[in-house]
Every structure is written in structure tokens, then in C-alpha cells.
Design a protein around this ligand. Structure first.
Ligand code: APR
Length: 254
């Protein structure tokens, strides 16, 4: 066992009724998707204004050519890693009620998680903001940029939250419900710097919930609200955490 706190965290998870996971870019790092911030982050290589909603509609061709490169060429082949799989396994065994993710990469869904609250939307759908229709991404739709709505010929936008856009109401409401209803929040791979998403674990903590955090380094949450900090990569810590949970389940069953 690398860290005795992992066993402690597993015992807590097995002893409560409801656990919510809250994930950020760090959980997908080992699937080959770089985080946004930090020295190798996306925003050190690309101009983040391509994801500014006003910029997008002013110059959709320029925005779309960068967006296509980042989200639909580089990351399209990414597959879930051991951390995504551990969360879906925990859900299947009744230890995770919901995953709230800030990620738009669809990897929790690919890993088999069923209750996924897409706080920032999902890159695998395009939306027409005029008629509201949604389209699954296809290579064909992205051949000529910008993609246009087959129904009303307006520019299609990835169905994820751009800078300057509000959080989808239903996702926000569902996430707030988790801050009230869950006993434990598992906060994985996020800096806690982007609001309003970052306020969710703070809200859970203010309601007396336990915060178990997994990150390769302390985040802004760690000194403020974290009860148990498990330092390490999401894939290694989550695999070990899940294997302890399975052992505790067997002990309880016996
Ligand atoms: N395992 C665990 N944590 C990791 C790993 C890893 N392998 N690699 C990196 N991390 C941690 C980093 O230490 C950092 O705390 O993941 C976090 C990634 O931080 P950000 O790139 O800022 O990602 P996130 O917090 O999810 O960003 C929030 O910002 O631009 C917006 O909408 C975008 O959803 C995104 C939001």
C-alpha cells in the first residue's frame, strides 16, 4: 500500500450512503489529453480566445480551425484510463451516485459511467443556437469549416460551454443537488480555479460534507476544504482506492 490514507478513504466511502465525484482535466491527463493550465497546458500552446463566445461568432472560421485541431483531431482517439474505469466500476457497485465533470471529452461516458453531470457540456455534440437542434459530431460535418446546421444553415457550435456562456441550467441544478444530498465528495484532478464549477466542492463542504481530494499536487482546495488528500496520479490512486473498496465489500459481505 502506497499511502495509508487511501485505505482510510476507502473505509469512509464504504460507510456512507452517497458519494459524488467531481472531476477536472487531471483525470484525463493519462488518456493523453493535456490539462488547460500549467507549463504543458493547452493555453500555453493555443490562444484561449478561440473559445470566447463573442470571438467565435465574429470569426467562426478562425475559431473552428483551432477547435477542430484541439478537440476533434488530437483528442478524438483518446480512451478512458484506469481512473475513469474505477469510477464507473464504483458506480456499478453502488459506491458512486454521480460524476460531475468539468471535462468535455466524453471519457466518463465511454468508460461506462451512467450518471454523468456534464457541467461544461460535451464536445461530441454540436448545437445550432438558432433552432436548438443537436447533432453528433461526424467527420463529414467537419469537412468544411465552419460546420452549418443542415436545418437552418447557421454556424454550429460545439455543445460545450465557451468563455462568456452560462452553465447549462439543468447541469447546475443537478450539481447543486449533489452538494446537498451526498455525504462525500471525491474531487479529482482539478485546480479549483474556474468558477462557478469551482464553487461546488466549497458548497458541499459548507454543508458539512467530507472532501477527499486526488491530485498530483496540492490545489487551491487542499489547504481550504480537503479532509483527506491523496497525492498521486488519478489512474494510480483511483485504481488502488477501488481495489480497497472491493476488498472492504467482500469483508462486509462475509
Ligand atoms: N492525475 C491527477 N491530477 C492531475 C494529473 C494526473 N495525472 N495531471 C494533472 N493533474 C491536476 C493538476 O495538478 C491540476 O490541479 O489536474 C489539474 C488540472 O487543472 P486545469 O488544467 O486547470 O483543469 P481544470 O481544473 O479541470 O479546469 C477547469 O477550466 O478552461 C476551463 O472549462 C475548462 O473545464 C475546464 C476548467
Amino acid at each position: 500500500m502506497q499511502d495509508p490514507h487511501i485505505y482510510q478513504a476507502a473505509e469512509i466511502i464504504c460507510s456512507v450512503k452517497r458519494v459524488t465525484a467531481f472531476t477536472g482535466a487531471g483525470i484525463s491527463a493519462e488518456s493523453g489529453i493535456p490539462p488547460f493550465r500549467g507549463p504543458n497546458g493547452l493555453w500555453s500552446r493555443y490562444d484561449s480566445s478561440v473559445l470566447d463566445i463573442h470571438h467565435f461568432y465574429q470569426d467562426p472560421v478562425r475559431s473552428w480551425s483551432t477547435i477542430k485541431k484541439i478537440f476533434y483531431e488530437n483528442f478524438q482517439a483518446a480512451i478512458p484510463n484506469a481512473a475513469h474505469l474505477a469510477l464507473s466500476d464504483m458506480e456499478a457497485h453502488g459506491h458512486i451516485h454521480a460524476v460531475i465533470t468539468q471535462n468535455i471529452d466524453n471519457l466518463h461516458q465511454k468508460a461506462g459511467s451512467r450518471v454523468v453531470i456534464e457541467y461544461h457540456g460535451n464536445s461530441q455534440r454540436l448545437i445550432c443556437r438558432k433552432c436548438g437542434r443537436l447533432y453528433p459530431v461526424t467527420e463529414e460535418l467537419l469537412l468544411d469549416l465552419p460546420p452549418l446546421c443542415p436545418n437552418c444553415h447557421q454556424v454550429l457550435k460545439p455543445d460545450f460551454v465557451f468563455f462568456g456562456e452560462p452553465i447549462p441550467v439543468k447541469a447546475h441544478q443537478n450539481a447543486l443537488r449533489e452538494t446537498r444530498a451526498s455525504d462525500v465528495w471525491l474531487v479529482i484532478g482539478t485546480t479549483g480555479e474556474v468558477f462557478p464549477a469551482a464553487s461546488l466542492p466549497l458548497e458541499a463542504k459548507s454543508r458539512g460534507k467530507k472532501i477527499i481530494e486526488i491530485n498530483i499536487e496540492p490545489s487551491s482546495y487542499t489547504p481550504q476544504i480537503t479532509d483527506i488528500f491523496l497525492q498521486g496520479t488519478a489512474a494510480s490512486v483511483m485504481s488502488e482506492l477501488n481495489s480497497w473498496i472491493r476488498k472492504i465489500d467482500v469483508l462486509h459481505a462475509g
